[in-house]
Design a protein. Structure first.
Length: 153
């Protein structure tokens, strides 16, 4: 389902973070950001990915990047996930699925023979002009920073 690719303009988006504040493309205009979509707070892969980005947060800040996570979990769930894992970045709640649909990461999945709709774990690296510099669809949750860095440098 993901049709966005390197060189495309990132879709406009807006959603509430863990503090019920609006975060979106308008607030990020002129800034570089890493927008990562993940299935669910407090699951092993999602926690590994968030903690890898947390552990490398200063690395990304020094390079001028803002990190933002997006899932369909509630703002309250995000707040608990952030507190539990000491995450220094915002998580957007997309319970109405507008952002995941705009980025093409909401699609049919299969697990244990069961089909269902959910978020396809995907990361978009967006430059200060709002152009997608890279898309990661096969995310290495434990080494995501290293994975991104290899492609960007």
């Amino acid at each position: 389902m993901i049709t966005l690719k390197k060189g495309d303009k990132a879709p406009s988006f807006s959603g509430k973070n863990q503090n019920d504040e609006i975060i979106g493309s308008e607030q990020l205009a002129g800034k570089k950001y890493i927008l990562y979509f993940y299935p669910k707070d407090n699951t092993p892969g999602c926690t590994a990915e968030a903690c890898n980005l947390r552990d490398n947060h200063n690395f990304w800040m020094k390079r001028g990047y803002t990190i933002i996570g997006v899932s369909t979990d509630s703002t309250a769930s995000h707040k608990k996930f952030i507190e539990k894992n000491s995450l220094p970045f915002d998580l957007i709640s997309d319970s109405d699925k507008e952002i995941v649909n705009a980025f093409g990461v909401w699609d049919k999945k299969k697990m244990a023979g069961r089909e269902y709709y959910g978020i396809l774990r995907t990361t978009f690296v967006v430059n200060e002009n709002g152009i997608i510099d890279e898309v990661f669809t096969k995310v290495d949750t434990k080494n995501h920073t290293e994975q991104i860095t290899k492609v960007l440098e």
